[in-house]
Design a protein around this ligand. Structure first.
Ligand SMILES: Nc1nc2c(ncn2[C@@H]2O[C@H](COP(=O)(O)OP(=O)(O)O)[C@@H](O)[C@H]2O)c(=O)[nH]1
Ligand SMILES: [Mg+2]
Ligand SMILES: [Zn+2]
Length: 347
């Protein structure tokens, strides 16, 4: 048996020395990037919008439509697609730097994705409309719709319920679907029925999109890519996604990007946020995410009412009087149950 070798003092010193050199090199690199910013001469500050963010760079679009690849000052915390910024163009290109982002404006909304390891990660900012896409194939799931609505309510982004593939509906199915969507119309949500395939209803979608910045979310197979391709034929969205399913890994091409629509309005696309989880929310936040529950919250007999079979539950009473749809109430409990199961164990 060989005895475990101890390192000599000289060897120890050399390892420590190498580690120090590595740290020094990293620090030098960071300093050099800062120096590049300091040494470059910049034009006047101007407003811009983040088209795409990757690593320490971002593509910034100016009012005149030009796009400048910028470095970020170290003081800039989080910066995501859709952020409104103040930036300066370099008078002369310095290596990869053509400009620098100086500051970020306050956001009107931020769409975050719960990341299993990193907690909540912002993905896109200043979104006006969260378009929740569903279809009859895969079957229409009110549970999934409710999950997205809770997310929209907590992020305070206006949702639109879009039902795609209406070309597949028989007359009877159409009546059934309309009845289900009525549950949502009654509580103030807007709905839109269309077909990416036949084009029916696409003009109405244009109307919604032209109002501001939108984003599509929804489960796999409902037709998000088809809609995007309809709207952005020149962008090759589907081709981009093919690499995702071809086994190159789920995390390729997930950078969010903002597109301008010829019909007016902006669309942010990010394959990584088309589907997202809710386990980061508390039970109370989910209750609040059901907008028609709000007048009843805090009115139950017991303060710690779980709105299950507790006596004197105000929500239960509202279901009985027809003020809350029983479908919504059932889904609410299903969501709470699944959240408890999906939550990472360390939370
Ligand atoms: N019949 C019909 N099929 C559609 C429609 N929109 C999309 N599809 C089909 O549904 C499938 C899934 O569409 P895709 O856009 O990839 O869905 P995604 O997973 O949400 O991006 C594809 O086979 C599409 O051709 C539609 O309006 N009508
Ligand atoms: Mg897709
Ligand atoms: Zn209750």
């Amino acid at each position: 048996m060989t005895k475990k070798k101890h390192l000599t003092q000289r060897q120890n010193d050399r390892i420590a020395g190498n580690q120090q050199k590595r740290l020094d090199r990293l620090a030098q690199k960071a300093a050099k990037a800062d120096q590049q910013i300091e040494q470059a001469a910049f034009s006047e500050a101007e407003p811009g919008i983040v088209i795409s963010r990757f690593g320490q760079h971002a593509d910034i679009e100016a009012k005149d439509g030009t796009i400048t690849r910028c470095n970020l000052r170290r003081t800039i915390g989080s910066l995501v697609c859709g952020d409104a910024v103040v930036f300066r163009r370099a008078l002369q290109s310095q290596g990869t730097i053509d400009g620098v982002v100086e500051a970020v404006q306050e956001r009107s909304s931020v769409l975050s994705r719960p990341d299993f390891y990193d907690g909540l990660k912002p993905v896109a900012a200043n979104i006006d409309l969260l378009i929740i896409v569903s279809a009859v194939l895969p079957a229409l799931s009110l549970n999934i719709i409710d999950r997205y609505l809770v997310a929209a309510e907590t992020m305070q982004i206006k949702p639109l319920l879009l039902l795609n593939k209406i070309d597949l509906l028989s007359e009877q199915q159409r009546t059934e679907v309309e009845q289900q969507l009525d549950i949502y119309r009654k509580i103030g949500y807007e709905t839109l029925l269309l077909s990416a395939k036949s084009g029916e209803g696409m003009a109405q979608l244009d109307h919604y999109l032209s109002q501001g910045t939108s984003i599509f979310v929804g489960q796999s197979g409902v037709g998000k890519s088809s809609l995007l391709n309809n709207l952005l034929p020149e962008m090759g969205v589907v081709t981009q996604e093919v690499s995702d399913v071809s086994g190159l890994g789920q995390h390729t091409t997930t950078v969010a990007r903002l597109y301008h629509l010829t019909q007016g309005g902006q669309l942010i696309d990010s394959p990584g946020i088309r589907e997202f989880a809710l386990w980061h929310l508390s039970d109370e936040e989910v209750s609040w995410g059901y907008r028609e529950f709000r007048p009843w919250l805090g009115r139950c007999k017991f303060r710690d009412c779980t709105h299950g079979n507790d006596p004197g539950c105000a929500l239960h009473h509202a279901v009985e009087t027809g003020d809350i749809a029983v479908e919504r109430f059932d889904n609410y409990h299903k969501i709470l149950l699944s959240m408890a199961q999906d939550k990472p164990s360390y939370l």
